[in-house]
Design a protein around this ligand. Structure first.
Ligand code: NAD
Ligand code: ZN
Length: 344
């Protein structure tokens, strides 16, 4: 269940009173420790003891070494099966904390309190937890729902603009795959900032939650959430391997441009709709220079995508603004043409 928190966090306090937890472990990174933890602790009312678990900020921390450290700390602190983990942070914290909690002693309870736009609208919802392995993202993980998700939009007030814009890309994607009105509301925002974005968070959360409820294990409709992510993830991985990491939402923005064009080349989307999408995404996101990336390197990554079956590249594309298709196998020539279209 997703709850938007009041300023006094009363719903969180009710949840803590109604359940019989033995102890609380709050997972933060250095930034959410500084900016969000004081707000949580200032409002949290509980007689239970709690411990703060802090990791360094950043995707590089989302690995098995960090998970191992956290499992060891939980063991040393004698966390039992009735312990509760509170994940207070962005997608790295909710993915990592969810993974650690869902595997420790075969699973203890956890809740997510997302603090980035991306985690509020996307990462904290849907029950996917996980860590990266080698340079592959989210290779090891579980499908486990948090007990609850509590959203406090005012946490966004301290979030850097680039991070806000990164989360906004997933919101645009939600509109494109499922809700034309949401997309239109978003592209009519003049200036991206916390105040203008907050009123649209709920609509984005609802789209994600609705899709997940219909298909938790990603057998069909959940795949539509992967629109923009096939080429997007390949660009994200190549930027990372060249020592120029970009934010996930920046890669998704490039992925939306490429996969809208690909949808058009594949005869699914009208030229006019593709143009509207591309022009609007370009308004917000800088062009990523992928001129040094070779087609074969991009293809190698596309072929390794988790969505593929039988070595065929499976795309989730658009057949209209607000209408998506999944399991679409695109023609190789159109993929190459799409990459050269983006490079221009
Ligand atoms: P993140 O967790 O790294 O947070 C981004 C940065 O913002 C970090 O430096 C963090 O310390 C800082 N920060 C967080 N909240 C803040 C606040 N309120 N004020 C100031 N700074 C703050 O990144 P993210 O963009 O939230 O999430 C990306 C991760 O989410 C990736 O690992 C991605 O794979 C994952 N993800 C998971 C799912 C899923 O379904 N499980 C979906 C999408 C993304
Ligand atoms: Zn994403």
């Amino acid at each position: 269940m997703i709850t938007i928190l009041n300023d006094n966090f009363s719903q969180l306090n009710e949840f803590l009173h109604e359940n019989t937890f033995s102890k609380i472990f709050i997972l933060v990174d250095e930034n959410t420790h500084e900016y969000c933890l004081p707000i949580l602790l200032g409002n949290m009312e509980t007689d239970l003891g709690f411990e703060i678990l802090e990791i360094e900020a950043g995707e590089e921390m989302k690995n098995i070494q960090t998970a191992n450290q956290l499992w060891e700390i939980l063991t040393e602190m004698q966390a039992d099966r009735k312990a509760l983990v509170i994940n207070l942070g962005g997608g790295v914290i909710t993915d990592m904390g969810g993974f650690v909690a869902s595997t420790y002693k075969r699973g203890i309870q956890f809740i997510n309190i997302p603090t980035t736009l991306l985690s509020m609208c996307d990462a904290s919802i849907g029950g996917k937890t996980g860590i990266d392995l080698m340079h592959f993202k989210n290779m090891v993980g579980t499908f486990t729902f948090p007990e609850q998700i509590f959203i406090y939009p005012k946490f966004l007030e301290t979030l850097p603009f680039k991070e806000l814009r990164s989360g906004f890309a997933e919101m645009l994607k939600h509109g494109l795959i499922a809700d034309k009105t949401h997309w239109e509301n978003l592209i009519h925002i003049n200036k991206l900032d916390t105040e203008t974005i907050i009123p649209h968070i709920q609509a984005s959360m609802n789209i994600k939650q609705n899709v997940v409820e219909q298909d938790f294990h990603e057998k069909n409709i959940r795949k539509t959430l992967n629109f923009a992510h096939t080429i997007g993830h390949a660009i994200e991985s190549l930027c990372l391997s060249q020592g120029n990491p970009i934010l996930h939402g920046e890669a998704v923005a490039a992925g939306m441009i490429c996969e809208a064009h690909l949808s058009y080349l594949e005869g699914l989307l009208s030229e006019e709709d593709a143009k509207v999408i591309i022009e609007n995404v370009q308004k917000y996101y800088p062009y990523l220079d992928i001129s040094d990336f070779k087609d074969e390197d991009i293809f190698a990554l596309l072929l390794n995508d988790k969505k593929n079956v039988d070595s065929k590249i499976n795309f989730s594309l658009l057949s209209g603004i607000g209408i998506s298709v999944f399991d679409h196998q695109s023609n190789q020539k159109n993929i190459i043409e799409t990459l050269s279209f983006y490079r221009k």
